[in-house]
Design a binder for this molecule. Structure first.
Ligand code: CA
Ligand code: CA
Length: 80
């Protein structure tokens, strides 16, 4: 019985960690995207990516830009 309580407690703890990390783990991808999209046209150009704070986007721009049109949409951004 004691073990069951312990297991339940650990499960709850892990669940709590999971939920807090996804909500309180800094800005959401959409928020970061908006920040990088300086002119607010809904896409991030290579130049905006270079000026932005997301080094992952900067370094992997051509891969994140799935349809290779030189612009990253929020949809493309979120997939990575
Ligand atoms: Ca833009
Ligand atoms: Ca694109």
């Amino acid at each position: 019985m004691k073990n069951l309580l312990l297991v339940t407690f650990i499960a709850l703890f892990l669940f709590a960690c999971k939920t807090t990390s996804s909500t309180a783990g800094g800005p959401t991808p959409a928020e970061v995207f908006k920040k990088i999209d300086k002119n607010n046209d809904g896409v991030i150009t290579k130049r905006e990516a270079e000026l932005g704070s997301d080094t992952r986007l900067k370094n992997n721009f051509v891969y994140i830009d799935k349809n290779k049109d030189g612009r990253v949409t929020l949809r493309e951004y979120k997939k990575n």
